[in-house]
Ligand binder design. Structure first.
Ligand SMILES: [Zn+2]
Length: 290
């Protein structure tokens, strides 16, 4: 898309120090606020119901022209050639296991395999980047377009807070939480090494650059609100919604967006499915297996 859109550079690098300190996906501060807004209260039967199977084969349309009068012998009943891409969405067209796949599903039950996976195409998107971390190229390109659109549509400027984190970096982040708050608290806020979506290079923590950085109140900023409504247009999804904590295993993170490509993000949007786990019929992942 157009690359001209006015990019408002936010005044300051003042908060950078903060961001570095919060190199984890979540800051400890907003926890109470999260509970306030993100209580997954009601949803009595939070049914992680398996997504209904897409109608893989539409009723074969009679391909032979009805005017056909030629008295030919019945053609051999050979298997019909694969119907030309049915209208239904092919949810199996990309791997959800391969860490290099744009659709990989990483959660507390689905660690990276191999654990030390490093994405092949890391690059630095030309946006304000607090921690100077790269993203995979397609995710970075989409992020640039998304930030430009947000500014053009009046949502204001945005900043990339954190992006790709290596296995070793995550060791430090997670162990820091454990040391400060104990393992249970650490697990609610930070992924164990090898389980972080940030290791895929497809996850971006986004801020308005001024306040509510990696905090639940980001949801109420113009930027957070715009992203929640529009990220799907650019191939991103809000990965940890407030009402899906039992499915994702993570508290509400209105700043954490995962790139899956526009084909899948559009499908999710149109069908009103909010998590990858539910879309692909995977078990909820509220905690680690062991
Ligand atoms: Zn994150």
């Amino acid at each position: 898309m157009s690359q001209r859109a006015g990019r408002r550079t936010l005044p300051a690098a003042i908060v950078v120090g903060l961001c570095v300190a919060l190199a984890g996906c979540a800051s400890p501060g907003p926890l109470t606020a999260v509970d306030a807004t993100g209580s997954p209260s009601s949803s009595a039967s939070a049914s992680p119901s398996a997504p209904e199977p897409t109608p893989s084969d539409p009723p074969a349309s009679p391909s032979a022209s009805p005017t056909d009068a030629a008295p030919e012998p019945a053609p051999p009943p050979e298997p019909a050639p694969a119907p030309p891409a049915p209208a239904g969405f092919d949810s199996g067209q990309r791997s959800i296991d391969d860490p290099a796949s744009l659709w990989v599903v990483a959660n507390k039950l689905r660690p990276m395999n191999p654990a030390g996976f490093v994405p092949p195409d890391l690059a630095y998107p030309s946006v304000e980047n607090a921690n100077g971390q790269p993203l995979r190229a397609p995710a970075g390109d989409a992020l640039v377009a998304m930030f430009a659109a947000a500014a053009a549509e009046g949502a204001g400027g945005m900043r990339l807070q954190s992006a790709y984190r290596s296995y070793d970096t995550q060791v430090g982040v997670y162990n820091g939480y454990v040391a400060r708050e104990g393992q249970a608290s650490a697990d609610a806020q930070s992924a164990r090494p090898g389980h972080s979506e940030h290791q895929t290079g497809l996850a971006a923590d986004i801020s308005a650059g001024s306040s509510c950085i990696l905090a639940a109140c980001f949801a109420d900023t113009p930027q957070g609100s715009w992203l929640a409504q529009n990220a799907w247009r650019f191939g991103f999804i809000l990965r940890y919604p407030a009402d899906k904590v039992p499915v994702t295993g993570y508290m509400f993170e209105p700043w954490h967006f995962r790139y899956v490509g526009t084909e899948l993000s559009t499908e999710l949007h149109e069908r009103g499915i909010r998590t990858l786990e539910e879309f692909f019929g995977l078990p909820a992942a509220p905690g680690y297996a062991g």
